[in-house]
Design a protein around this ligand. Structure first.
Ligand code: HSE
Length: 315
């Protein structure tokens, strides 16, 4: 177990869930942005709380552990560990804006359980940690999904083949540059899920699973053209894209300057594009800016790469 009362630092990366065609099953971590957290183990005061959350950002997120995504993830972890005399103190500095669509809630949930595991001497596997952290996603969106949590914890690109029982497969990927634009509007994951249709036409399902299989094969073979062709979503994007101003124009413009493809990041409103070369990723960023400046819509962009490390701890 890590010495009591000593703080560790945690860096939890943003993640892009769905990867266009893989709703709720595919995702990848990026190097920028990321959340910063600090955590320590202390002796629990008589009748004291076993989880103390301290927010050091301005988002005013709940500090009640049951209402806080990091807290909910830690509650799940504590249920499987003899924690009777101990308490976690967690400081959270959110640099990933909540509701931006790049895994803000997943970063807090995953960061908290990876930090807790480190402090306890690593009793849990990565799959256990994904399982605990999904409780944070439930608080945030009402549903346990692991397509942000899994890449946040494992790094790289991940496939969640099954949630119950949990089976996460880490996928290889060739060098990819990622451009993200975050229009400064908020889309709540719960809302973006509630508008989806519950039934899918067979011909659409066939197209979608062809694309998912094509994308996985493209990543494994390092086949950029196959990756690009497979970044197509005929089920979710046609419905959700109406929540995002200028979505179709932006996607078209980015592809015209050479992006392999892309789409809504998670449940939006951020949009991501993948490129083979860094120069293309920068040209894509210019197109994104041009379009949102034209709309007079405040936005933030990132040009980054796939993060292979997942949540990182330093002392
Ligand atoms: N797969 C989830 C969704 C990700 O699209 O609703 C949310 O970040």
């Amino acid at each position: 177990m890590f010495p009591m009362n000593q703080w560790i630092k945690i860096k939890a990366p943003a993640t892009v869930a769905n990867m266009v065609c893989g709703f709720d099953i595919l995702g990848f971590a990026v190097n920028d942005p990321y959340d910063e957290m600090e955590m320590r183990l202390v002796e629990r005061a008589p009748n004291g709380a076993n989880i103390v959350i301290i927010n050091i950002d301005d988002y005013n997120l709940p500090t009640d552990p049951e209402q806080n995504v990091a807290g909910a993830a830690l509650i799940a972890l504590i249920e499987e560990y003899d924690f009777s005399k101990l308490a976690f103190e967690v400081k959270i500095n959110k640099l990933i804006k909540p509701g931006s669509g790049v895994g803000s809630s997943a970063a807090s949930s995953a960061g908290a359980v990876v930090g807790a595991n480190y402090l306890l001497g690593n009793p849990f596997s990565k799959d256990d940690l994904v399982r605990f952290a999904m409780n944070g996603e439930k608080v945030a969106s009402g549903v346990k999904h692991a397509d942000n949590i899994a890449p946040c914890i494992h790094g790289g690109v991940t496939l969640v083949r099954s949630i119950f029982p949990l089976e996460v497969i880490a996928l290889p990927s060739p060098q990819l540059h990622v451009t993200i634009v975050h229009p400064q509007i908020e889309v709540k994951t719960a809302d973006a899920r509630s508008i989806l249709r519950q039934n899918v036409k067979l011909k659409d399902a066939i197209k979608q699973w062809g694309n998912i299989a094509g994308l996985v094969a493209g990543l494994m073979k390092g086949d950029y053209d196959l990756i690009g062709r497979s970044l197509e979503d005929v089920i979710i994007e046609p419905i959700r894209s109406i929540l995002i101003p200028g979505f179709d124009d932006l996607k078209k413009a980015c592809k015209e300057v050479g992006a392999l493809g892309g789409g809504i990041s998670g449940s939006g409103p951020s949009i991501f594009m993948l490129s083979k070369e860094k120069e293309t990723a920068i040209a894509v960023e210019q197109e994104m800016k041009k379009i949102y400046e034209g709309f007079g819509l405040a936005h933030h962009t990132y040009v980054t790469t796939i993060n292979q490390a997942g949540v990182e701890i330093s002392e």
